[in-house]
Design a protein around this ligand. Sequence first.
Ligand SMILES: Nc1ncnc2c1ncn2[C@@H]1O[C@H](COP(=O)(O)OP(=O)(O)O)[C@@H](O)[C@H]1O
Ligand SMILES: [Mg+2]
Length: 249
Amino acid sequence: MPTIALINQKGGVGKTTSTINLGAGLAMLGKAVLLVDLDPQAHLTYGLGIAAHELECTIYEVLKGEATSAEAILRRNGVDVLPASLSLSGAEMEFSGVAGREFLLKEALLGSEQYDYVLLDCPPSLGLLTLNALTAAQEVYIPLQTEFLALQGMSKLIDTINVVKKRLNPGLIVSGIIGTRFDARKNLSREVVAKIEEHFTDKLFKTLIHDNVALAEAPSFGQTIFEYRPDCRGARDYLDLSREAVARR
Ligand SMILES: Nc1ncnc2c1ncn2[C@@H]1O[C@H](COP(=O)(O)OP(=O)(O)O)[C@@H](O)[C@H]1O
Ligand SMILES: [Mg+2]
């Protein structure tokens, strides 16, 4: 069961969009997928059409030890979802004094062996929730927007990953970089892709996720791209990315 954390402390780079649609793509390829929403903004949860009233318990109660992940998981659009809500926003503070605070998610996911893939959608910070994701994961995918300043903040992110590797999770690897919001018409987009390749060599997925308005619209209908516009560029890109992710194993 590979557990993969989608991480970038920058907001708006496509973490949530990629978690949802890579997850849905992997499910279309016959994989059993669990998506975990670790962002107090709960964009993944709401983007999959899960309403607040359906949320009896969430990742917050699970991390707190008040519910099991099996109790909190909802089945959605062919994937399982461990949802979040705004209640998670107090978690960083609340858990900061707890012994073993970096291992709460890892413990909560013990017993999820039925999944082929567990994808962790991280908040836009390098705080305790992201540290929990890095501790629970075997692999990291970094979504990078193929725009100005794409690589800004990367050394801080890589430092954090290396510290977690050293102290908490020796087997952790950065196994994929996802180039998002690519616009082939823009020189800048192509230049940034070249820069990412230079920096990360073969880690960059060959499949680039193009800028595609349907990808931004789908969550407001509570749908994955494959439900909302199965024939659009975004659906093709995320299915190609899913195939590439499977082929890399
Ligand atoms: N390939 C894309 N094309 C067009 N819009 C996109 C694309 N990827 C993401 N978006 C939009 O950009 C915004 C930020 O994406 P999101 O996945 O929420 O980023 P993050 O989770 O990193 O903050 C959202 O409004 C999303 O719908
Ligand atoms: Mg997000």
